[in-house]
Design a protein around this ligand. Structure first.
Ligand SMILES: C[S@@+](CC[C@H](N)C(=O)[O-])C[C@H]1O[C@@H](n2cnc3c(N)ncnc32)[C@H](O)[C@@H]1O
Length: 271
């Protein structure tokens, strides 16, 4: 797991985001969720997908929610902002968690949104602690799928809803590397969505909704070109989280989706 932790550990991330905001002329006392969106929603279809997941989840303001593999917390904050619920985010990366906490203070959302560094395989919470859970595109980095889903089940209250938005291998796997979650195959543990469904059921969850979003992912990456020449990167962007070969990784996403090597599923589970 150490190499996955290092992959998601850019130095000095929070200060780099602040410098980028300054360079873009943003007033730091008035930063909004939308200002941070280019860097803090690290998943396929960004903010649009997060809004669809919020609709799917139907979490209410009185609920306490856990976000596992939250990254720098863009979707965690958006979930709380749009539903009023209290959300705790956990992630393997200390650097992401540091940025997540400081960005949340910048937005003055710290009363409702908190972050702590932890592994999905050892969640630092009691049994039945959360009214709902969600996890966005972390599963690809987790080899022990059964262990992770058992942990998720353990911390969720009986009757609680779990939202997952996950990448799977498709019929023409293996995939081309690098991709946004992995430099090479040693960091990526993709299985088919059918195999994942079986593990979900073994753990005890009931599958309430299962939506295939692969076509939307294909459209999102359709214009990605093979990078060449001068690779101009935006002031604020996901390259700050995973490195300057971000465009190569995005282009490989296009190839993997076009060749039916990857699929994308959103699902709602009940404990
Ligand atoms: C593709 S990013 C998604 C981040 C976030 N969910 C989002 O949508 O912006 C994957 C995240 O999973 C985290 N991660 C990978 N393995 C993990 C593990 N075993 N436990 C907790 N977090 C993990 C990484 O550190 C990274 O932040």
């Amino acid at each position: 797991m150490n190499h996955i932790h290092s992959y998601y550990s850019p130095n000095n991330l929070y200060n780099k985001i602040i410098s980028a905001l300054n360079n873009l002329g943003r007033d730091l006392s008035k930063v909004t969720l939308a200002d941070l969106q280019p860097v803090d929603e690290f998943h396929i279809r960004g903010e649009t997908a997060t809004k669809e997941l919020i609709e799917l989840a139907q979490f209410s303001p009185d609920m306490r929610i856990l976000d596992v593999g939250c990254g720098v917390g863009g979707s965690t904050r958006r979930l709380s902002h749009e539903t009023g619920c209290k959300v705790t985010g956990v992630d393997l990366s200390d650097e992401y968690i540091d940025a997540a906490n400081r960005l949340t203070e910048l937005l003055n959302m710290q009363d409702n949104v908190k972050f702590t560094a932890a592994s999905a395989l050892e969640l630092p919470f009691d049994d039945n602690s959360f009214d709902g859970t969600w996890s966005i595109q972390m599963n690809m980095n987790v080899e022990d799928k059964l262990g992770w889903l058992k942990e998720l089940y353990r911390v969720l209250k009986p009757g609680g809803r779990a939202v997952l938005y996950e990448v799977f291998e498709n019929k023409n796997a293996p995939i081309y590397f690098p991709v946004p979650w992995a430099q090479d195959s040693s960091m990526s543990f993709l299985i088919s969505s059918d195999s994942y469904r079986q593990i979900i059921s073994t753990v005890g969850f009931k599958i309430e909704v299962w939506n295939d979003k692969t076509n939307l992912a294909q459209k999102a990456f359709a214009r990605m070109k093979e990078p060449s020449g001068d690779l101009k990167l935006p002031a604020l962007g996901l390259h700050m989280l995973i490195g300057d070969d971000f465009k190569t990784k995005s282009y490989n996403m296009r190839r993997n989706l076009d060749d039916d090597r990857l699929s994308l599923i959103e699902t709602l589970l009940i404990k």
